[in-house]
Design a protein around this ligand. Sequence first.
Ligand SMILES: [Zn+2]
Length: 392
Amino acid sequence: MTKSLVVTGIGELTVNNPQAVDNESKPEPASNMAFAVQDGRIAWIGLSDEAPAADDVLDVAGRAVIPGFVDSHAHLVFAGDRAAEFAARMTGTPYSAGGIRTTVAATRAADDVQLRANVRRLVHEMARQGTTTVECKTGYGLTVDDELRALRIAKEECDAATFLGAHVVPAEYADRRAEYVDLVRGPMLDACAEYADYVDVFCERGAYDEAETRLILDAAKAHGIPVRLHANQLGHGPGVQLAVEYGAASADHCTYLEAADIDALAGSETVATLLPGVEFSTRSPYPDARSLLDAGASVAIATDCNPGSCYTSSMPFCIALAVREMRMSPGEALRAATLGGAQALRRTDIGHLSLGARADFAVLDAPSHLHLAYRPGVPLIHSVWKNGRKSV
Ligand SMILES: [Zn+2]
């Protein structure tokens, strides 16, 4: 048994009932809430003056407490910097999927120590902004050995590791696409399967088309590995429909959707993961979050932290964008950044603070979760706790 902890004096507590039918986080009506943590789990919730005795007491002095953010989409195993590409984009050069190859070259040239240090740096940066769960993809190695080492690092340093050998077609296979797809779904996946929580494909013009995506998803299925997809980011396409057809955990981006795509997502278990930092950083139109939410689709928000299309690691920034640019309510955005992310990773023990949930939470230097969107760019994270232990 680890030491028990009681958190008291909470000005506003957001629990996030996973059974609630609406898509909005609603704080507990009472102020001065408290909860108890035992063995890394939520063991009791109630009013401060009724709190049980505990080994340690944390009085948060009227601050708001929320579940830790679940960042369900990030690409952290890379080397190099594309700040100059970003600057060029801001003055008129459009974003294209091909820029990924710049990072591939730098990543292949880096050693394991450098790659692991970069992942740790970013995971810590995320934690300082309230994130307690991080999914991490490969996709900048694109050889059997480079993808395998990236996936092992992701698996060791993050909470979920996704094999994305089908990120782009590497330059050396530009005239032999079919050969590369065969490598990904054959020897590369065979080598990586043991470490892959998910298989992902960048299904997009300039990356992988429908037939290629199907071949890779079929291979994942044969290995019994669940899938997720980069879908409909740069234009209309088959990605979302494929994600639903294959029972993907999530369809990510969802920037260009037809009515049939929204219907398909709403009628499925596939979470629509929106990545508004990408639209911000590529100066692109934002996804239609309102139509997805109003149709009843499950929605998550994630950072897509990566060196090319979006190099933010901040879930609070993405919440602010979701509210300002996608017309989500602050409660919808908070839910999408916590419970929505958990659903996108098929986790039932995180993203909420109900009895029995993992004690992953953030204390805000603010009286209310509304401040996350109301005060964009402001460091509002007072402290962060993972498994009931202080991490930041
Ligand atoms: Zn991505």
